[in-house]
Design a protein around this ligand. Structure first.
Ligand code: NI
Length: 170
């Protein structure tokens, strides 16, 4: 099932999500599968549960965008434990379509999380994967990439979005 993506302006995107507790439940497996399907349908490399309207600490990442199954990652209740180095690169978000900006992130990120069965996992990613880990974990804390931009840039984008909302195009 492909979910509708929640767009910027919906409060679910800007509040911290609740921890997942139903490990091993069939509905959790189904949600994970649906989130991958939704992410691929929208050509994203990461998707967090609040982006489908669910305030839950769950995110899926696939930097191959569906080309390589071994790159599929599910992070439940993730906590970033280590950040190293820095990288600056263009970043976008399925919830803020049409806007891409340079964002400075750590070059390498280590995250502790759980898989859908409740087994603890630890993953270290670099480059785009590290960027996705940081962007998606931010989502679960109610933080959007706009937060990492200068106040000036953020206001400019907010104003443009307000116009789109008024025009019924958001
Ligand atoms: Ni995003």
């Amino acid at each position: 099932m492909v979910y509708r993506i929640v767009k910027y302006g919906d409060p679910v995107l800007e509040k911290p999500c609740d921890p997942v507790t139903d490990f091993g439940a069939p509905q959790l497996e189904k949600l994970v599968a649906d989130m991958f399907e939704t992410m691929y349908a929208h050509k994203g490399v990461g998707l967090a549960a609040p982006q489908v309207g669910l305030s839950r600490r769950l995110t899926v990442i696939d930097c191959s965008a569906g080309e390589d199954d071994s790159q599929k990652v599910v992070l439940i209740n993730p906590v970033i434990t280590k950040l190293e180095g820095s990288q600056t690169g263009e970043e976008g978000c399925l919830s803020i379509p049409g806007f891409r900006e340079n964002v400075k992130r750590a070059q390498k990120a280590t995250v502790r999380a759980f898989d859908p069965k409740g087994h603890p996992i630890e993953i270290t990613g670099e480059d785009l994967f590290a960027r996705a880990i940081q962007h998606e974990t931010d989502h679960l804390n109610g933080i959007l990439f706009l937060t990492h931009l200068s106040l000036l840039k953020r206001d400019l984008i907010r104003r443009k979005i307000r116009k789109l909302v008024k025009a019924g195009e958001w």
